[in-house]
Design a protein around this ligand. Sequence first.
Ligand code: 13P
Ligand code: SF4
Length: 303
Amino acid sequence: MTLADKISDLKREKKAIILAHNYQRPEIQDVADYVGDSIELSRKAMDEKKAEIIVFSAVDFMAESAAILNPEKKVLLPTPGARCPMAQMLTVDEIKKWKVQYPLVPVVLYVNTLASAKAYADVCCTSANAVEVIKSLSADTVLFGPDRNLAEYVERKTGKTLVSIPEWGFCPTHLLFQPEDVQILKMQYPDAVVMVHPECSLEMQNVADFVGSTSQMCRYARETDAETFIVGTEEGILHRLRKDNPEKRFVLAYEDAVCPNMKLNTLEKLYVALREEKHVVTVPEPIAKKARKALEKMFEITN
Ligand code: 13P
Ligand code: SF4
């Protein structure tokens, strides 16, 4: 019996489902009930009725959002240490500091934040809906964090002023992409289409044909006639892209673009977490209540 078979049996026995982010290892994506970007996975977790356990194979803030949105379920994160460094960059003290400086300005937080920070947000957004969320607000100036690159992307798309909190927030994995590497790849694949995540620098966004969330990139690759794609996001997405489009070629814009935290989850750890029902993610209700409001506001706007 393979580990994947054992996981399937356990899932049935325990009434569990597995949600996996597009950056998870191929063998995890292959046992998952659903693979997606952060908004899709949050929605799946929120709408899940039948399962008693949700194994959320991703990083801390995504599993926290599932626990906030569906508090009836037991949410397991296969590796408790799988933390998104960007989410750690925005502390509650930092938000409070900016709110004093801009008392009348709404706070929009990227879902890549901890629940304690989300509790101070008026509304959340993901990379898939940040433009829509900001456009929906009547305010022309918004406090936005923690990703500065996403803030700049949204500023360009909406014409509004996004004050980045902190001023320097970034994703260490997406920082690795450089337009010079794309230029070199373009010499090898002149007809290739370039698609990048908005967590990449503005310079990378400028050389892209498409900028979007991980699942938006998957959709774009399916619907676009091009044969070759240069991909500016974490390498885990290549598995899904190649599985969905076996006739197309996908080349990573920087070959070592790996999110070490996403990769802490392994099939073995997932199996043990489910078998032992351990690494349960919980959020204290006073924080969850406020964070839920900001997440639900996002779903209201983008539904
Ligand atoms: P997506 O919502 O596009 O999947 O992005 C999440 C993330 O962490 C990107 O680094
Ligand atoms: Fe966080 Fe970047 Fe990893 Fe996404 S890729 S989970 S933003 S560190």
